[in-house]
Write a protein that binds this ligand. Structure first.
Ligand SMILES: Cc1ncc(COP(=O)(O)O)c(C=O)c1O
Length: 460
């Protein structure tokens, strides 16, 4: 299809130009482009249909960064993280970030911390899981035992990246179900499912379902006891996708990291509470020996010999630079202020919602600045899915979803508070919730069910 862009003079407005590109194909490459300015207008108009990122209380991922960080990211968008020989300073900045994060999580020793940047926690989880699998296989080979039936023990609440890890790398997932008011992994549940084929236990610092911290100290203690009784000696990986950048600043006395000798590796998302836009995560090992050397590739075709442990090859360097910018510009005190601020706002919203009447809190924002709530059993005329839909009409994105085994009966709403959600915005949100709740409470008969409600399983 050809597009006539000849008859659109310089003073023609973007609207008139849009007429000229009305037939521009969407799913095929047009023979002639419409030009940069018109393309910019077309795209920025189309993207208005997306939800507003700042009103998105569903995502854990950063939706606001300071303008200087944005400028720096724009300036460094051309840097490829993998070209470490060509961009040695970007590689140096990654090294510094790994050391900063490793020290934040009490990695032992004083030398360089073992770790890498990734595209996010999902890639970091794959790398952490692979290291566990490799080390387990080595242990089994030394003992002359078969290596064809590895398993990984987690709570059923783990994020989908661990299910992916198990499927992609042929590991049996052993999921401890929820029970009553326990919505995440328990120490006894974890130890009970371990055997000599267990490559590791994954404990989550900040469950995606409700923001709660799993009892990592207790899980490690139960595994210590299992080993002391002659059972398998099972390492722990902590999925601290969100909590890795919250606990050190909001709950500094909580012992969840490399202070626990059983914790071998930890992942976190720089693009969640690390305060960077999407595209950066971190995988850190407690020491060099925790990362099998045959998982690390040395490539020489970029000049020099560079070690890499990653699933991707090329990826942006700008996110890593932005991470370092945030560390340098905020410092520990700045992170403390930001994260404690989010925590206070989350707990304020949770308290107010609890006081509205029909809602029951599952969590209160005291772990991650995240909480989940449900409806009291006597509410019969509407569901959490109706509340979510009503809030969406006002622009607020608050997901509603059902829980997994053994609490499929439970449907909740979840609010994630991030930097940039001020107390003022929180109060505007609460006004919206009050208004919609009053309207729903006024119903005389039940709203019809939407077909998707019951199967609205967890997506984030
Ligand atoms: C506990 C947990 N692990 C892993 C992930 C995946 O993180 P990413 O989006 O950085 O890949 C998430 C995302 O929400 C999460 O909450």
């Amino acid at each position: 299809m050809s597009v006539d862009t000849t008859d659109v003079g310089d003073d023609t407005t973007a609207l008139v130009r849009e007429q000229a590109v009305r037939d521009l194909p969407h799913d095929a490459l047009a023979e002639h482009g419409c030009g940069g300015e018109v393309a910019f207008n077309l795209l920025s108009n189309e993207l208005l249909l997306d939800g507003s990122a700042r009103l998105n209380l569903a995502t854990f991922v950063t939706t606001w960064m300071p303008p200087r960080a944005e400028a720096l990211m724009g300036l460094t968008a051309d840097k490829n993280m993998i070209d470490k020989d060509e961009y040695p300073q970007t590689a140096e900045i990654e090294r510094r970030c790994v050391n900063i994060i490793g020290r934040l999580w009490h990695a032992p020793g004083t030398g360089d911390v073992t770790g890498t940047s990734t595209t996010g926690s999902s890639e970091a989880a794959m790398l952490g899981g692979l290291a566990l699998k490799w080390r387990w296989r080595e242990r089994m080979k030394v003992g002359g035992k078969p290596t064809d039936r590895p398993n990984l023990v987690t709570g059923v609440n783990v994020q989908v990246c661990w299910e992916k890890f198990c499927r992609y790398w042929d590991v049996e997932p052993r999921l401890v179900p929820m029970e009553g008011d326990r919505y995440h992994l328990s120490a006894e549940g974890a130890a009970a499912l371990c055997d000599e084929n267990t490559i590791g236990v994954v404990a989550v610092l900040g469950s995606t379902f409700d923001g709660s911290y799993e009892p990592i100290g207790e899980i490690c203690a139960a595994l210590d006891e299992l080993a002391a009784r002659g059972g398998p000696d099972v390492p722990v990986h902590v999925d601290a996708a969100s909590g890795g950048f919250i606990a050190p600043f909001v709950q500094p006395d909580l012992v969840w990291d490399f202070r626990l000798p059983r914790v071998q590796s930890i992942n976190a998302s720089g693009h969640k509470y690390g305060l960077v836009y999407p595209g950066v995560g971190w995988a850190i090992w407690r020491e060099r020996n925790a990362l099998p050397s045959d998982l690390v590739f040395n490539v020489n075709y970029l000049g020099g010999s560079m070690p890499t442990f990653a699933l991707n090859f090329s990826r942006p360097g700008s996110e890593v630079i932005a991470q370092y910018y945030m560390f340098v510009s905020l410092g520990a005190e700045g992170y403390r202020r930001v994260q404690r601020g989010s925590s206070a706002v989350a707990q304020h919203i949770a308290r107010e919602i609890a006081g509205m009447g029909p809602y029951r809190l599952l969590t209160d924002g005291g772990d991650l600045p995240v909480f989940a709530f449900t409806l009291a059993p006597e509410v019969a005329n509407y569901t959490v899915f109706d509340v979510s839909a009503r809030l969406r009409e006002q622009g607020w994105l608050v997901p509603a979803y059902t829980f997994p085994e053994n609490r499929q009966d439970l449907s909740v709403l979840r609010v994630v508070v991030r930097a940039g959600m001020s107390r003022d915005m929180a109060d505007l949100f609460l006004d919206g919730v009050r208004k919609q709740t009053a309207s729903l409470e006024g119903l005389k008969t039940p709203l019809p069910k939407r077909p998707d409600d019951e199967v609205s399983a967890f997506k984030h």
